[in-house]
Design a protein. Structure first.
Length: 182
């Protein structure tokens, strides 16, 4: 009898599988950006290399150089976006150059969409935002969509809920500890 109970327990554990296997990164081909956010968790973004090749290459280059490590999500607008990647931490910084827009009618601003923040046409650099909901008003052009959150939307939602000042700046820094492409 004990033999059958042990056998059943082993079979159950084998079917349940290791916890790591249940939380593995999607194995779909492509480029993924990982953002480890201090005290919040990890956001994984599938990059749209076919639709925004120059903007994706730029973000990947900056991430691999460690540009984003230690920067913050400096702007959080409830129901709209969380924005980060500014080296000054206030939305006015750049990497020292500009990248042209790559706007695809195939890519829409849905919850979890990641796109370049800019100050006008062809002024993309290092700042990006993640949509907190579907935002069809942004599909009229002007923003280069370069990715979609595939894991960690709960982390995005936690960040969206932080306390902010009247200008939508978090009262406590929301820090990107490590950003890398894999």
């Amino acid at each position: 009898m004990i033999y059958y109970i042990l056998l059943a327990l082993i079979a159950f554990l084998m079917c349940a599988g290791p916890k790591e296997a249940q939380t593995a990164v999607p194995q779909e081909k492509g480029t993924y950006m990982h953002i480890k956010v201090k005290e919040y968790g990890e956001i994984i973004i599938k990059m749209n290399k076919d639709e925004a090749p120059n903007n994706v290459a730029n973000i990947v280059k900056l991430a691999n150089e460690g540009f984003y490590d230690g920067l913050t999500f400096h702007r959080i607008i409830s129901g709209f976006v969380i924005q980060g990647g500014c080296p000054r931490g206030d939305g006015t910084g750049s990497p020292g150059y500009r990248i042209d827009d790559e706007i695809s009618p195939k890519l829409k601003h849905l919850k979890g969409t990641v796109a370049m923040a800019n100050s006008g046409p062809n002024t993309n650099g290092c700042q990006f935002y993640i949509c907190l909901g579907d935002l069809p008003q942004l599909d009229r052009g002007g923003y280069s969509v370069f990715g979609q959150v595939v894991r960690g939307i709960d982390v995005v939602d936690k960040i969206a809920g932080v306390n902010r000042d009247p200008r939508d700046n978090p009262l406590r820094p929301v820090i990107m500890e490590q950003v890398y492409e894999k």
